[in-house]
Write a protein that binds this ligand. Structure first.
Ligand SMILES: Nc1ncnc2c1ncn2[C@@H]1O[C@H](COP(=O)(O)OP(=O)(O)OP(=O)(O)O)[C@@H](O)[C@H]1O
Length: 227
């Protein structure tokens, strides 16, 4: 489902005379449907950079990043937006939403955007917000004023609302309490069971061991000259 071949990345530092910093070379990794792969490696090894290239936020310098039928490394911006709408989800720790949109609408949006009937979208949003312990009194309010933990859980509810065939998870259990962490791990297991291909960064080792089938150390993709 996700097939990354020989991907490289060089950052150009425009404020430093366009100095070129190679940070990745020969990154190769494939993830099947129903499989969860953890990216590991020391701080600065390139885990976030690889995730951002897969999501299309960073442009790869070379290589192929197939997500379903789309090569993200070569795709036009509108193809990437379409991929994000119906194929590739991304769950980070941080919620980025349009101000003044109620929590329920924030969670339902990915479902409505893919043509789910409104009653079904509402039922899924109710289920997720309940499982993630967001009090019903908050559902009609914008999450912009919620606590950090509440925002994180709204973000997780939104990220798991639609059944994306591929998912990127960036520290999804970071700073959650035990009960909510357990819910997130169950959501990941449910996504795997329905066949999602998942790549994640998990500093929480117990979580990683429980939900991930294997780990890939991105240090192996550090260019030799800077290793
Ligand atoms: N926008 C950027 N411009 C220049 N260099 C960058 C940029 N983003 C990342 N880097 C560099 O690329 C390398 C990989 O960084 P990255 O954030 O991917 O590491 P990481 O493995 O996710 O680290 P951490 O575990 O600390 O989050 C680092 O040397 C970093 O300094």
């Amino acid at each position: 489902m996700i097939d990354i071949r020989d991907v490289s990345k060089t950052f150009l530092l425009h404020n430093q005379g366009d100095a070129a910093i190679p940070v990745m070379q020969g990154a190769t990794l494939a993830v099947e449907c129903g499989e969860c792969v953890a990216l590991i490696g020391a701080s600065g090894a390139g885990k976030s950079t690889l995730m951002r290239m897969i999501y299309g936020n960073y442009l790869a310098a070379s290589g192929v990043i197939m997500v379903g039928e789309t090569d993200v490394a070569a795709a036009q911006p509108r193809e990437i937006l379409e991929l994000r709408r119906s194929v590739l989800g991304y769950v980070s720790q941080f919620l980025r939403v349009v101000p003044r949109v109620p929590t329920l609408d924030v969670v339902m949006e990915p479902l409505l955007a893919t043509g789910t009937p409104v009653e079904q979208a509402r039922a899924r949003a109710d289920e997720l917000l309940t499982r993630l312990n967001i009090p019903q009194t908050l559902w009609g309010l914008s999450p912009t004023t919620f606590s950090g933990g509440e925002q994180q859980r709204v973000n997780i509810a939104r990220g798991f609302a639609y059944d994306y065939p591929a998912l990127l998870l960036d520290e999804p259990t970071a700073s959650l309490d035990a009960a909510n962490r357990e819910t997130v791990l169950s959501l990941i297991e449910e996504a795997k069971a329905r066949g999602a291909a998942i790549i994640g960064i998990f500093h929480d080792e117990t979580a990683r061991e429980r939900v991930c089938d294997r780990v890939v150390d991105v240090s192996a993709f550090t260019p030799k000259a800077v290793a």
